[in-house]
Ligand binder design. Structure first.
Ligand SMILES: [Zn+2]
Length: 684
């Protein structure tokens, strides 16, 4: 009689050896890279024929692989219709676009489709439009940039974002068209991607815009500086009008009756080539789906309990449209994974892979699995045969808002969502984002890790749930301890500098932040219960959560002791009544309730607030505080006051400006996007 092999001692990684090795063996980085090459050939503007063709290409590969359901869903999109807060873009049909210099010499400056980024999507038809070129030194995005410059019936050369230059120069001041170039790029021949995305009245008033390299722009500028008259001619065969957004959905059925799902989402849009952003995410997603179908069909794995669905969307707009039409979809989702820029050759692109964790407002545990699995891959060395031998570079990136995971994680939909994003990338949004800058090894690591993660969560295994609970509790303990250590270091420095008042403030704020971290950690841990339906396992997870709660409360009590001891020793006065300034008192008394669903559209906010009022936010949003603002809105549940919201955001990110949070909610109220309940401040 053959002897049953003894089960080996588990390796201590979250994902068991069997599943890990099966996924690593079966996911092909080389095939994913071939898909990147194929998808890069499509000009994938949000609502366009090129996007639809790319979706059809993926759909046919999926059907061929035997996925259970493959369907392209279409949504009206005309630059007017809104899905939640977001105006869906009009369809763009771009065929040709040439920008010529006629004087002082004849020369082609930009040509589409030679370079796909050369003609900005959203450009309208132009029939040999001729005019003189003027340079707007201030950037061209603000009214003040045009002081003393007449642009009427001229071409405008500028550096601000294409749509804001169209608005200021063409719509308001009668310029013929605009020419964009970037200032902040190292490579002088790179042509950057700028989209016009006209909406509302802009649909009739925007004209055309070309994007040129810095080198071409510098040549033009040196002519203008010498006082030479430069005459250009634009020839554009393109149109903008009503059309459709396409969202491709595919799925693998689960065996469970509850019809719960785990999804992988990736945006398929952006101009050709757009290899890393985001043919890479779309390709990795496709290869995960194909591999999974193959593993089930060939009985290498059992059909999982939960369904696994795959979405390819026009970034943001398609996700909103889909959730608008299918509100039940988000309710079925247990977890979501967003693959965005996952193909980078990190050396060429100068990138680091960020594991973008679930926000504290909607915490989850998939980022824990990815962190553990990618560390395992780095330590063991995982390479694709035709990929690089570079060591994987990755980090915990915190919560970021720039892609579709932020849509699903928002309070309306409430799906714990993780994202994998290589950032920065030398070639991002430019003519140089080419397949040669992708790496089959990177695609293999992220693809295999994603495949393993969805299966791990979908197969309804007690062992998986317990392994994850133990691991996730440990990472949350470290987070709490790290936070305390950092705050103690700050306190020591302040004391050494004799800054007693600030020390007292930090003491009190830290206590509240620790409670916020404890709450978010517990909420995150409780999502592990979604992985197994065994009541005994659920009970064990509850125990883990209780243990964590005890640990956190013990650490908070120790911190209080440290606070009292330090205050006594250095003669620091801590008010019984937490010392508060006028802003904090106001924050405590106001409970905001948002009057919209889905994430705030900054565009809509700008329209309601006016350009001047919004100017204040523009710098913040692009200056790194965008996350703070989105998270503040995510926490606004109609129960928490603004101070409580501020503390939670502050526990999640460093350097959160309380006045910014207060101003946001006041402006949301001013613009009719939020209301306030006023509460009496409790004396402490
Ligand atoms: Zn992207």
């Amino acid at each position: 009689m053959p002897r049953k092999p003894k089960p080996s001692i588990p390796s201590g990684y979250v994902i068991n050896d069997n599943l890990y090795k099966t996924c690593l063996r079966s996911f092909s980085g080389a095939q994913a890279k071939r898909y990147v090459e194929a998808l890069s050939a499509f000009h994938r503007i949000q609502a366009s024929a090129g996007f639809l063709d790319a979706a059809k290409y993926i759909a046919s590969e999926l059907k061929d692989a035997g996925l259970d359901e493959v369907k392209i869903h279409k949504f009206p999109s005309d630059g007017k219709k809104k899905y939640f807060q977001w105006v869906a873009p009009a369809e763009w049909r771009g065929h040709r676009g040439v920008l010529r210099m006629l004087k002082p010499e004849e020369k082609i400056l930009a040509s589409f489709p030679d370079i796909m980024c050369a003609l900005c999507p959203g450009s309208q038809k132009a029939d040999k439009v001729r005019g003189q070129l003027v340079f707007v030194p201030g950037g061209g995005g603000n009214p003040s940039d045009y002081k003393g410059i007449n642009v009427r019936n001229k071409f405008v050369l500028a550096t601000s974002h294409a749509s804001s230059v169209q608005k200021e120069a063409v719509m308001k001041r009668g310029a013929l068209g605009t020419v964009q170039f970037p200032v902040d790029v190292d490579d002088p021949d790179k042509v950057k991607y700028f989209g016009l995305f006209p909406a509302g009245e802009e649909l009739k008033k925007f004209t055309f815009s070309f994007s040129i390299s810095r080198r071409t722009a510098e040549n033009l500028r040196s002519l203008l500086d010498k006082g030479v008259k430069v005459v250009l001619e634009a020839d554009v065969d393109a149109s903008v009008g009503p059309g459709e957004l396409s969202v491709l959905r595919a799925s693998i059925k689960g065996t469970g009756k509850e019809r719960k799902e785990i999804n992988i989402i990736s945006h398929l849009c952006h101009p050709s080539p757009g290899a890393n952003d985001n043919a890479s995410g779309a390709a990795a997603n496709l290869e995960v789906a194909r591999t999974l179908a193959h593993l089930i069909k060939s009985r290498k794995i059992k059909r999982p309990k939960h369904a696994i669905s795959f979405l390819w969307v026009p970034e943001f707009y398609g996700t909103f449209a889909y959730l608008w039409k299918y509100p039940d979809y988000a309710k079925k989702l247990l977890f979501s994974i967003n693959l965005d820029m996952v193909g980078e050759d990190q050396h060429k692109c100068n990138s680091t892979l960020g594991i973008v964790n679930e926000p504290d407002s909607m915490p989850g545990v998939l980022s824990d699995i990815f962190y553990d699995t990618l560390a395992r891959m780095r330590d063991k060395g995982v390479f694709s045969k035709d990929g690089t031998r570079n060591e994987l570079r990755f980090k915990k990136a915190g919560f970021m808002t720039g892609s579709d995971h932020a849509v699903l994680a928002e309070r309306t939909f409430g799906v714990p969502s993780v994202a994998l994003i290589n950032w920065p990338d030398n070639f991002y949004h430019s003519s140089h984002d080419l397949p040669e800058n992708t790496d089959a090894s990177m695609l293999k690591r992220i693809g295999a890790a994603s495949l393993a993660t969805v299966l791990f969560c979908a197969e309804n295994s007690s062992a998986n749930a317990l392994s994850l609970a133990a691991h996730a509790a440990a990472t949350r303990r470290s987070r709490l301890l790290d936070f305390i250590a950092k705050k103690k270091a700050i306190v020591s420095t302040l004391i050494a500098q004799g800054r007693k008042k600030e020390t007292a403030t930090i003491f009190q704020k830290t206590l509240l932040e620790l409670e916020a971290i404890r709450d978010a950690s517990i909420n995150g841990l409780s999502t592990v219960e979604r992985i197994s339906d065994d009541p005994f396992v659920q009970e064990l997870i509850e125990n883990t959560i209780e243990e964590f709660d005890e640990f956190a409360n013990y650490e908070i009590a120790l911190y209080k002791q440290y606070m009292a001891r330090t205050a006594g020793k250095y003669n620091i006065h801590i008010d019984k009544q937490v010392s508060r300034d006028a802003a904090e008192k106001q924050m405590l008394s106001l409970v905001p309730k948002l009057k919209f669903k889905g994430n705030l559209s900054w565009d809509n906010f700008r329209k309601r607030l006016g350009d001047k009022g919004y100017g204040f936010y523009r710098d913040k949003v692009y200056g790194g505080a965008g996350e703070h603002l989105w998270e503040a809105m995510n926490f606004a549940d109609g129960i928490k006051n603004i101070h409580d919201i501020y503390i939670r955001v502050s526990a999640e990110f460093s350097n959160v400006d309380k006045n910014l949070i207060l101003r946001l909610f006041k402006d949301l109220k001013k613009t009719g996007l939020a209301g306030f309940k006023t509460v009496r401040i409790m004396e402490m």
